[in-house]
Design a protein around this ligand. Structure first.
Ligand code: S3P
Length: 427
């Protein structure tokens, strides 16, 4: 599917974004492992989360889907059944990494695979710690999926993560639920903590003291209703659009503002962006609020260190904001971008380059000169949802029209992105 985006006059709109992807995945997974029925409201009906539902159905869990309400009939910690066929995660890194931690501890064997992009994303980062716990996981493809997982009795470990990764941390914590003893994970920098929050909400005993996460054994988890907040990673496209399209003011309602995810707000504010969070409240353990952004004159910053994992998925659209800022923006410590749905350093430089932007790649990030003039062109999504949406935001300030090819990949995390954008933009 090709989508054409034209220059925007301004955006003045109150809108909502779909449910948080990370929280939607976890609600299905942990709901499956809890006793009782978990009712999930505001579930993200994106392809990645639907892949998680599909995997757990194959593991014997009944899951009803009705609009954005999902009911997971959990069978308790030891209630999963051997699937009759291989599990398939599509494009979803979160599904494969988290579920591998669960499957490693079952009393049956599984095979798990995904699409072409998934089969190029590193799995050794979960195979290594899980193997230390006694897991038996064989990569049939040099450290990548497909994986053959033989269910084993696991033992708890004390593991220091080599990179800040919520997927790896969660995989180890989940495996730890089935192991004897206390599982400890040490993080080099804070990564999203939705696993810890939701497992505790379901009755687990996980504590985080200064980056040391200690998960004590529990007998069972117990189902409770979940309200999924709007995804800050999806809201980020509209935050940046509001800041860079002159004359804009956008309010994005009910967005998750967990501190481990708000790096994008901090970074854009540091650039001089007029962003405020209003109406702060809590829903099922997660903080939410309404985000208001107004067009602002931005200035360049250096993005590095602990903020990177707090905004890792938002860096592609942050780059678009940097193109409009006064001065030169430097991004460091961001090598993780290379192992996302695409190598996002390379793909963003390539596609924004087609629109006339000059950016340079560094070993662990990029350098972006500001106040660049963009020109509409044909750009390619690389089948990466966040690249497609970031290019669409860049197109709003480019001269002429931009065509994004293979743009249907937005279905991964934001299926009605282009409809929401079209309704918001005045042209
Ligand atoms: C996610 C963690 C992040 C993020 C991904 C979702 C999660 O990946 O990029 O989109 O839900 O745990 P890493 O754990 O690899 O940093």
């Amino acid at each position: 599917m090709n989508i054409t985006v034209s220059t925007a006059k301004n955006i003045n709109k109150t809108l909502a974004v779909p449910g948080d992807k990370s929280i939607s995945h976890r609600a299905v997974m942990f709901g499956a492992l809890a006793k009782g029925t978990t009712e999930i409201k505001g579930f993200l009906m994106g392809e990645d989360c639907l892949s998680t539902i599909d995997c757990f159905r194959k593991l014997g869990i009944e899951i009803e889907v009705e609009d954005e309400c999902v009911r997971v009939c959990g069978k308790g910690l030891r209630g999963l059944k051997a699937p009759s066929e291989a599990l398939y995660v599509g494009n979803s890194g979160t599904t494969i990494r988290l579920i591998t931690g669960i499957l490693a501890a079952q009393n049956f064997d599984t095979r798990i695979s995904g699409d072409e992009s998934i089969c190029k994303r590193p799995m050794n980062r979960v195979i290594a710690p899980l193997s230390k716990m006694g897991a038996n996981i064989e990569s049939t493809n040099n450290g990548y999926a497909p994986l053959n997982i033989k269910g084993s009795q696991l033992k708890a470990i004390d593991y220091t993560l080599p990179v800040a990764s919520a997927q790896v941390k969660s995989s180890v914590i989940l495996a730890g639920l089935f192991a004897q003893g206390q599982t400890i994970v040490r993080e080099p920098a804070p990564s999203r903590d939705h696993t810890e929050i939701m497992l505790n909400y379901f009755g687990a005993n996980i504590k985080n003291e200064k980056g040391v996460i200690v998960s004590a054994p529990v007998e069972e988890l117990y189902a409770k209703p979940i309200d999924v907040p709007g995804d800050i990673s999806s809201a980020a496209f509209f935050m940046v659009a509001g800041l860079i399209v002159p004359g804009s003011e956008i309010v994005i309602k009910n967005v998750g503002i967990n501190k481990t995810r708000t790096g994008i707000i901090d970074a854009l504010k540091q650039m001089g962006g007029d962003i405020s969070v209003e109406n702060e409240r809590n829903t099922t353990g997660e903080p939410i609020g309404d985000i208001r952004v107004r067009y602002s004159e931005l200035k360049a910053i250096t993005l590095e260190g602990d903020i990177i994992p707090r905004m890792i998925d938002e860096i592609p659209v942050f780059v678009v904001a940097a193109l409009c800022a006064e001065g030169t923006t430097v991004i460091r410590d961001a090598t993780e971008l290379k192992v996302k749905e695409s190598n996002r350093i390379v793909t963003m430089i390539e596609e924004l380059g087609k629109m006339g932007a000059e950016l340079s790649e560094t070993e662990d990030g990029m350098i972006i000169s500001g106040k660049q003039k963009l020109k509409g062109n044909t750009v390619y999504s690389h089948l990466d949802h966040r690249v497609a949406m970031s290019c669409a935001v860049a197109a709003l300030i480019a001269e002429g029209t931009t065509t994004i090819t293979e743009a249907e990949c937005v279905n991964i995390s934001f299926p009605d992105f282009f409809e929401v954008l079209n309704k918001a933009v005045n042209d």
